[in-house]
Design a protein around this ligand. Structure first.
Ligand SMILES: Nc1ncnc2c1ncn2[C@@H]1O[C@H](COP(=O)(O)OP(=O)(O)OP(=O)(O)O)[C@@H](O)[C@H]1O
Ligand SMILES: [Mg+2]
Length: 423
């Protein structure tokens, strides 16, 4: 079977890696991929947001399955177009992708199905939004409704920050149309956790839990990023809480979507805040998380091709998914200056040596090949995962891999997993 994977980051490298382990020995293609994915898949020179280019490629090469990695092609309706042409797709339709592409859509769906989430009000009029803020207290959270590459959310410590965030999103349009509508949300106190789940619109199977590190610097300091590292499991989510999350959050969400005529096939990624009053939904993403995927898939024991096919065919109830008990941790190696401006083209040394280390996986996030050398080609460049009998061992294994790799000006956090160790 031929499988086409859409995307070019660490998430997609981990997806291709898990597919390559399958007993079905699929021929893997990846559009557009990266220098690391090139060792597992044939790269396809079509960008992940070039919907007609991807549909034409599929019509020419006829893959048995298409797996869509990032949210943008999903929000642009790639799945709708491919299924219309008769292809099997792992990833939600445009309507389903609203779970990420519209914060307001998700809030309305959650509140109408009594799924625990932060109280919020949505505004399309900035004057009314500013008037509303006058009656609120800080901290408070301002969210651009649409996709904003992980930069659309401002956690405001002061009311002045909140007023500025509304003005920037709605009046100055710093996020374009994504900020025309704004969700103003109560601030939730607690610890975050990521719950990714496979669903075919009927059956929903949560994956092992994980926790990301959003801030760029140690101690959770500095600006938010796409994620600087993760570990799995997230001990903050107890087995009882896991049960609650499945029964009171994930299942009601999937059935609320069904009531709206949306049969959601793919990954539902619940971003949760574990508050003193229990887990509450901060957001949903409509795809595998990055870097969560790089710690979750290395723990997967069940054949990944079979899971993805079952999701796309609506046969997930026939599959029992098993996981490796051993914890994992991953560390993201980023370019100097990320998430601000950074330069590309830095030569990366030590990758072969790192690939030989036991219990270590090096996933490429932003790399390219230049004159036969692997060079940096993004803000997040590599994601090094370690697996071990204890979380401490997994973290140490990941850092051993990181120390084996050299790149000019590389930045990585030194404290990935600190919450798991200091419990
Ligand atoms: N209600 C809230 N209370 C406290 N913190 C919040 C709240 N909502 C969001 N945050 C913080 O802001 C971060 C980003 O918010 P959110 O996940 O909604 O945005 P996003 O841009 O979609 O992020 P991502 O790139 O992870 O998908 C969260 O990880 C959390 O740290
Ligand atoms: Mg999001």
């Amino acid at each position: 079977m031929d499988i086409l994977v859409i995307g070019s980051g660490g998430r997609e490298h981990a997806i291709c890696w898990a597919l390559a382990k399958s007993r079905h020995k699929p021929k893997i293609f990846c559009a557009p991929g990266n220098a690391g994915i090139a060792s597992l898949a044939e790269l396809v020179d079509v960008m992940s947001d070039d919907i007609s280019g991807l549909v034409n490629w599929a019509k020419t090469y006829n893959p048995g399955l298409v797996i869509v990695g990032p949210e943008i092609p999903l929000a642009l309706g790639l799945t709708d177009q491919l299924t219309k042409e008769g292809f099997l797709v792992f990833g939600p339709t445009k309507d389903g992708a609203q779970m990420e592409a519209s914060k307001d859509f998700t809030k309305q769906l959650l509140m109408s199905s009594l799924v625990p989430t932060a109280r919020s009000v949505t505004f399309t009029d900035s004057i009314k939004a500013q008037l509303y803020l006058k009656k609120q207290n800080a901290p408070i959270v301002i969210k651009a409704d649409g996709l904003a590459a992980g930069k659309g959310v401002t956690v405001c410590e002061t009311m002045a920050q909140a007023q500025l965030a509304v003005e920037e999103a709605m009046d100055k349009k710093v996020f374009g149309d994504a900020g025309a509508k704004v969700v103003i949300e109560e601030f939730l106190e607690g610890e975050e956790a990521s719950i990714l789940a496979f669903t075919d619109g009927e059956t929903i199977i949560p994956m092992v839990t994980a926790q990301d590190h959003k801030r760029v610097f140690d101690g959770d300091q500095g600006p938010n990023t796409g994620g600087m590292g993760a570990y799995s499991p997230a001990p903050v989510v107890t087995p009882e809480m896991n049960e609650f999350i499945l029964e009171k959050i994930l299942k009601p969400t999937v059935s609320a979507l069904r009531k709206r005529g949306i049969i959601y096939k793919g990954v539902l990624y619940a971003g949760l805040m574990i508050t003193a009053k229990g887990p509450k939904v901060i957001e949903y993403n409509c795809r595998f998380g990055d870097p969560e995927t790089e710690v979750v898939l290395p723990r997967l024991k069940t054949d990944f091709v079979e899971i993805c096919l079952a999701v796309a065919k609506g046969e997930l109830s026939k599959i029992k998914i098993e996981w490796d008990e051993r914890p994992t941790a991953c560390v993201v190696m980023a370019s100097h200056g990320y998430p601000g401006s950074y330069s590309k083209g830095k030569v990366i040394e030590g990758l072969e040596k790192a690939a030989e280390l036991p219990d270590t996986y090096v996933f490429h996030a932003g790399t390219a090949k230049e004159d036969g050398k692997i060079v940096s080609n993004g803000g997040r460049v590599l994601c090094v995962t370690g697996i071990g009998d204890t979380i401490e061992k997994a973290i140490e294994t990941a850092y051993q891999g990181v120390r084996t790799i050299q790149m000019d000006g590389v930045h990585y956090r030194k404290d990935i997993g600190w919450r798991a160790i200091n419990r």
